[in-house]
Design a protein around this ligand. Structure first.
Ligand code: NAD
Length: 491
């Protein structure tokens, strides 16, 4: 089986690496490809940066109106290739068909928003800020920038950054997740059709060694990262120590609170979609569900019903609600965490361990699971499970629920289900999370808005998407000018 090639200087190039990893279909363990890995990938980064730097010097002088024409072309290429991209996403990540199409749609929306860059990157001018003096601020690109992506959204996440980076005049290097590199390979086949200087967009495969080479290269001016919190913290520390601009999005443990005045049928269905969509492998998946004053267990019963009926299977098959988790190690880790919850005193309301799917016996399947009465003073309640597991907690008051929500280390998302405007208003004001949902289960910001993780879910200042991305990929320059009035002189 061939080892995947890098895309450097506008051409497909064999990596210098002698090691490789298998890319595996999580539903059946079939090996789909091999991806370069190990310390020799560092040399690949060197040559990618070299060609990116010369492409940047050419590209930054192309007028912004021309630069965004490439994005209009990209949008049409993504639309034409939606089905093929979706198939690859399902094959390498296990997502359902709907989830795969859904993430491509989110990617396209970012391309659309970045088409507004000619307005979004406009600067400011004040004429006569002092007598005869004008002052202006312009936004200039940074140079070569790079992005490191996680496995759980093989196509969407790179678009939180890439369209904004190139529309503002930068070069951009992508290091895709080694677990799901095939979607990015297909995307680069599409990028190859764009009218861009050779080297402006490049892709280097690999893992930690490749990332370290990106973090240490002095010509790389900015790093965008999405992945787990320990790695995000490391990337932020090493990248900023090397003088780079860094935005690093980390992990999550998202709480949802449901009040007794909520529309129970609608809410419980939405909550189940949030917990089990993408097999729980979403940074905006709800993980802890807190019922408030559910004396008769109405909410609990409705949740049980809406979870029990979900089907687990191969993502591309019609009727599958949930696919496998990414690797056998992930499955083992998640099942181990379920056991940990039980050891810490929880009960299993629904046990999804050891799920078997006919025709896909080797797949990493875990069916939807509900753990009840998880101890709030033990470790599991603070641990990101990143799998199809709901921890169900019963509390008596909104104060108790809000103080629990704010006690976690993560701050990616917090949601409230209620029929009361006053409760909603208080929650959105007081909940310590950067993305808030009111009667929404996955509060994923649309492309116009920043993807606003807080606390241990984000390291940096400016987030991905929208105006934040435009600011991240540009540096401001202030120019103060005096032009003595020579017209009044006699020549
Ligand atoms: P991960 O942190 O293991 O890997 C992410 C990227 O970092 C990959 O490209 C990987 O090759 C690289 N990497 C891994 N270990 C590294 C190391 N020690 N040094 C340098 N680079 C390293 O994350 P994952 O398992 O691919 O993705 C799942 C995680 O991503 C979850 O924690 C999830 O919550 C998080 N996530 C967060 C967001 C968000 O917006 N906050 C979005 C999606 C996923």
């Amino acid at each position: 089986m061939n080892v995947l090639k890098n895309y450097i200087n506008g051409t497909w190039q064999q990596s210098g690496a002698t090691e490789s990893l298998n890319v595996v279909n999580p539903a059946n363990q079939n090996v789909l490809a091999k991806v370069p890995f190990g310390p020799e990938t560092m040399k690949d980064v060197q040559s990618a940066v070299q060609s990116a730097q010369s492409a940047y010097l050419e590209w930054r002088n192309v007028p912004v109106m021309k630069r965004v024409q490439v994005l209009y072309h990209l949008k049409s290429l993504l639309e034409k290739n939606k089905e093929e991209l979706a198939r690859i996403i399902t094959q390498e990540s296990g997502k359902t068909k709907g989830e795969s199409f859904g993430e491509i749609q989110r990617a396209i929306e970012n391309v659309e928003v970045a088409c507004g860059t000619p307005m979004l990157m406009a600067g400011d001018v004040i004429e006569d800020i002092a007598t005869g003096i004008d002052e202006m601020m312009v936004r200039q690109p940074l140079g070569v920038t790079a992005c490191i992506t996680p496995f759980n959204f093989p196509s969407m996440i790179v678009f939180w950054f890439l369209p904004y980076a190139i529309a503002t005049g930068n070069a951009f290097i992508v290091k895709p997740s080694e677990k799901v590199p095939l979607t990015m390979v297909k995307l680069f086949e599409l990028f190859h059709e764009l009218d861009l200087p050779k080297g402006l967009l490049s892709m280097v495969h690999g893992g930690k060694d490749t990332v370290d080479a990106l973090l240490d290269h002095e010509q790389i001016k900015a790093i965008s990262f999405v992945g787990s919190t320990p790695v995000a913290r490391y990337i932020y520390a090493r990248g900023t120590a090397n003088g780079k601009r860094v935005q690093a999005q980390g992990g999550a443990k998202n709480p949802i609170v449901i009040l007794p005045d909520a529309d129970i049928e609608m809410s419980t269905k939405i909550i189940a979609d949030s917990v089990y969509g993408c097999a729980g492998q979403r940074c905006l998946a709800a993980s802890t569900v807190i019922t408030v004053n559910d004396g008769k267990g109405e909410v609990k019963d409705a949740l049980y019903e809406s979870v029990k009926s979900r089907t687990t299977g191969y993502g591309w098959d019609n009727g599958t609600d949930m696919g496998p988790v990414i690797t056998p190690e992930s499955k083992k880790r998640i099942e181990g965490l379920i056991q940990k919850g039980l050891d810490e005193g929880a009960n299993l309301l629904i046990d999804g361990r050891n799920a078997k799917v006919s025709g896909y016996e080797k797949g990493n399947f875990i069916a939807p699971t509900i753990l009840e009465n998880v101890a709030t003073d033990r470790e599991l309640i603070r641990t990101e499970i990143f799998g199809p597991v709901m921890s169900l907690l019963a509390m008596q008051t909104v104060d108790e629920a809000l103080s629990f929500v704010n006690s976690g280390n993560y701050g990616n998302m917090a949601c409230l289900f209620t029929g009361s405007g006053a409760s909603a208003r208080r929650f959105r004001n007081e909940a310590d999370a950067g993305n808030i949902g009111i009667n929404i289960g996955v509060a994923a910001p649309m492309a116009q808005f920043p993807f606003s993780g807080w606390k241990d879910s984000f390291f940096g200042d400016l987030h991905g998407q929208g105006k934040h991305a435009i600011e991240f990929f540009t540096q401001t320059k202030v120019i103060i000018e005096r032009w003595p009035n020579i017209w009044s002189r006699k020549f």
